[in-house]
Design a protein around this ligand. Structure first.
Ligand code: NAD
Length: 335
């Protein structure tokens, strides 16, 4: 196989975790070609813009990108680069697995293995209708939910369940209060669910879902929900399995798919070799699934698990004395 992917090394710890990730992918001899592209602060310094046209062209051409975290400068009128990428490529599905791994700081050392599928383009995050009255006393926000947007995200969740052999999809909503927006999402989800009689579907109000996630996280399989709820729930789930160091995310659309670590640029540890590369590596595993290489994705995940079990060269956030690259070498040696 020869597949070219766009590689964005990003800011802060981004270049370190990307080097580590590419080291492991190279060891797997997948025949991947990398096209380096700039974004974030690195791009602003080099090209005078946060997302140069060449980067957009590269993603559009290759349709697959592996991306390290990016810094969006604060308070200088810049829009979030990640939101911009989602908009430009209509990356409507944000897919965030949360799985218990050995030897991590998790309150649930075993049993959590769920995926949050979050609608990524609608809801409260459309950036429209945000107003503060002239006297600063009243703020307004517009939310948008469409049948088309709801249908495609719920369908994505059910198709993912079928593809990965998962048994249940939980539709999370607040239709009892947000009758129009959440109501439309729920109604649409019910109609889609009927097309998948082989997959169990249940419904849960978002607040009850949060409580149940903390008490019985092992009872969940796939969660599908709207943008704001999905944003919060997916971080809650990352917390269940020991934090952001092991949380990957995929942003999937019809034109492109971007795979990443959920955490940020970690400026406090940048350049020190302390960054845990696992989240981006797990993002790369999602990319291999997406490329139709599930066996390779599984091999990568198993090598990560074996390295964690052996506590071989782990980074300081996992209580180890290794560094980013020694951790990556330990993983690569187990593939
Ligand atoms: P952060 O995730 O960068 O850091 C939070 C804490 O987690 C820090 O203590 C950091 O050291 C630690 N941490 C994060 N990743 C780690 C890793 N791989 N290994 C070990 N420790 C790790 O969150 P923040 O400090 O709120 O954000 C910093 C910057 O990142 C901001 O500029 C923000 O805009 C950006 N950001 C980018 C993305 C993205 O591009 N996807 C996502 C979130 C934040």
């Amino acid at each position: 196989m020869t597949q070219t992917i766009t590689v964005i090394r990003g800011d802060g710890i981004g270049p370190e975790i990307m080097d580590a990730t590419l080291h492991v992918l190279d060891a797997m001899q997948l025949g991947l070609q990398y096209e380096q592209a700039d974004a974030g602060l690195a791009a602003l310094e080099k090209h005078g813009e946060l997302i140069p046209q060449a980067t957009m062209d590269s993603i559009r051409k290759n349709r697959i990108a592996l991306k390290s975290p990016l810094t969006t400068p604060v308070g200088e009128g810049f829009r979030s680069i990640n939101v911009e990428l989602r908009k430009r490529f209509d990356l409507y599905a944000n897919v965030r697995p949360a799985k218990s791994f050995p030897n991590t700081k998790s309150r649930f050392p075993g049993g959590v293995d769920l995926i949050t599928v979050r609608e990524n383009t609608e809801g409260a995050y459309i950036g429209e209708g945000q107003e503060l009255s002239a006297d600063g006393e009243t703020a307004l926000l517009t939310q948008k939910v469409t049948r088309r947007g709801s249908e495609r995200i719920v369908r994505y969740a059910f198709e993912l369940a079928r593809k990965t052999g998962r048994k249940k999809v939980t539709v999370v909503h607040k239709a009892n209060i947000l009758k129009s927006t959440s109501g439309l999402f729920l109604k649409t989800a019910r109609a889609v669910a009927e097309e998948y009689p082989d997959i169990q579907c249940d419904e849960m109000i978002v607040d009850a879902c949060c409580m149940k996630l903390v008490m019985y996280p092992e009872s969940f399989d796939i969660i599908v929900t709207t943008n704001l709820f999905g944003d919060i729930i997916s971080d809650l789930c990352a917390g269940l399995v020991g934090g952001l160091g092991l949380a990957p995310g995929a942003n999937i659309g019809s034109e492109a798919a971007i795979f990443e670590a959920v955490h940020g640029t970690a400026p406090d540890i940048a350049g020190q070799g302390k960054a845990n590369p696992c989240a981006l590596l797990l993002g790369a595993a999602q990319m291999l699934d997406h490329l139709g290489l599930p066996d390779k994705a599984t091999a990568l995940r198993e090598a990560i698990i074996a390295t964690l079990e052996a506590q071989d060269s782990l980074t300081p956030d996992l209580g180890g004395t290794g560094d980013t690259m020694s951790f990556a070498r330990a993983i690569a040696s187990r593939i």
